[in-house]
Write a protein that binds this ligand. Structure first.
Ligand SMILES: NC(=O)c1ccc[n+]([C@@H]2O[C@H](COP(=O)([O-])OP(=O)(O)OC[C@H]3O[C@@H](n4cnc5c(N)ncnc54)[C@H](O)[C@@H]3O)[C@@H](O)[C@H]2O)c1
Length: 350
């Protein structure tokens, strides 16, 4: 039975992952596809054999169609206007990361969610990775003691085509939110502050700064050290980052691709008494499912059951806060503090 009457906005590089999932569900109908570049909308319609109306304006599509769910895969610069219009028009929204480009936009979006009572979930597909869920379970089990220090790095040769290449901080303002969100998710932590050093390495193909060395502080007394470069050549890391999480009695390491390994002792310092660490391996599953597929399953289930998914905008505000606080830290060359309130203004950077 059709429950989700969809207006699908934005037919760029990521749309296929969403359409692969949605077109296989029997509870979804795509009423319309909207892209300011109509040719892209037509191309996807043809590829997926979708019979629906086409628009070059998302607002017009929402007004003319009797939809109840907007999928927003447009540019990050357009998310605020599209998402708030959709919520006001009675649509729930599933949208791509990052939520927005400014604190004002984030506050406007959260305010509109509250006023309309509609739902807004933000895609953070890395949370669906099997290895990530299992590492989180090990951390929660307590055998390693309390987490104290988490390090993540990403060195990839990205070509974030379209406007994403042209941002002042191409890595930070586009894909770093995946890393920040994952660090937070693994630790069940909220960010308190960041000191972010950004730079443009020699030979970079980006006009803006696309490399960084950054330090975040979390509310559970954990420091997060992050570094990366979107223009790396050779010796690349996984797009899912390389991780090391140090706890009071042990550590976990994961290369973002294969098995994860953890080692621990019942008593700190056992290694000096010749007692080897206990060791555990988190095996990579034989079949790795698509991250968007799993994340969308969770979003649809949350929408149908009314539960709050981990990708709800009221949680995602903490991840976008890490991005926006980083931008402020670069511009003001100082540590920036993050405050998230229950009511408007939801996000404050100091
Ligand atoms: N979760 C992930 O792993 C992942 C991966 C890639 C991209 N993304 C995110 O998805 C979003 C889209 O990325 P992409 O790579 O598909 O971008 P893209 O540039 O390839 O495509 C964006 C599409 O949106 C359309 N568009 C933009 N603004 C519009 C507007 N106001 N009205 C109508 N159409 C509009 C463009 O014409 C284009 O076809 C971004 O927010 C990006 O960060 C997420």
């Amino acid at each position: 039975m059709i429950k989700h009457r969809i207006v699908f906005a934005g037919c760029g590089g990521i749309a296929f992952r969403w359409l692969n999932h949605i077109t296989k569900r029997d509870d979804c109908e795509i009423l319309a596809i909207a892209d300011k570049n109509l040719a892209s909308a037509k191309e996807y319609c043809k590829k997926y054999d979708i019979k629906c109306n086409l628009y070059d304006n998302v607002k017009e599509a929402m007004e003319k169609e009797n939809g109840n769910l907007l999928i927003d895969l447009t540019y990050v610069t357009a998310h605020c206007e599209i998402v708030t219009s959709a919520l006001k028009a009675g649509y729930d929204v599933f949208g791509e990361k990052p939520m927005a480009v400014s604190v004002e936009q984030v506050n406007e979006m959260l305010k509109t969610v509250k006023e309309t009572g509609k739902r807004y979930f933000v895609m953070q597909n890395r949370r669906s990775i099997d290895q990530v869920k299992k590492i989180k379970e090990v951390l929660r089990s307590g055998i390693l003691g309390e987490p104290a220090y988490i390090c993540g790095e990403i060195f990839v040769p990205a070509d974030l085509n379209s406007i994403r290449n042209t941002f002042e901080y191409p890595q930070l303002q586009d894909n770093n939110i995946h890393s920040f969100d994952l660090a937070r998710y693994l630790l069940d932590a909220k960010p308190l502050s960041v000191h972010y050093h950004s730079f443009r390495p020699k030979g970079s193909k980006y006009a803006g700064d696309s490399a960084c060395d950054a330090v975040f502080e979390f509310d559970n007394d954990v420091t997060y050290s992050f570094r990366g470069y979107n223009g790396a050549e050779g010796c690349l890391t996984s797009w899912d980052n390389v991780w090391r999480i140090m706890c009071e009695k042990g550590s976990v390491t994961w290369d973002g691709e294969g098995d994860a390994v953890y080692e621990y002792s019942d008593k700190a310092g056992d290694i000096y008494n010749g007692i080897p660490y206990k060791r555990g391996i988190i095996k990579k599953p034989e079949v790795v499912r698509d991250q968007h597929d799993m994340a969308l399953e969770d979003m649809f289930d949350a929408l149908e059951t009314g539960r709050t998914p981990s990708t709800d905008c009221t949680d995602n505000v903490y991840s976008i806060a890490m991005v926006l606080a980083s931008v402020k830290s670069i511009k003001e060359n100082r540590k920036v503090c993050i405050k998230v309130n229950e009511n408007y203004p939801y996000l404050i950077l100091e």
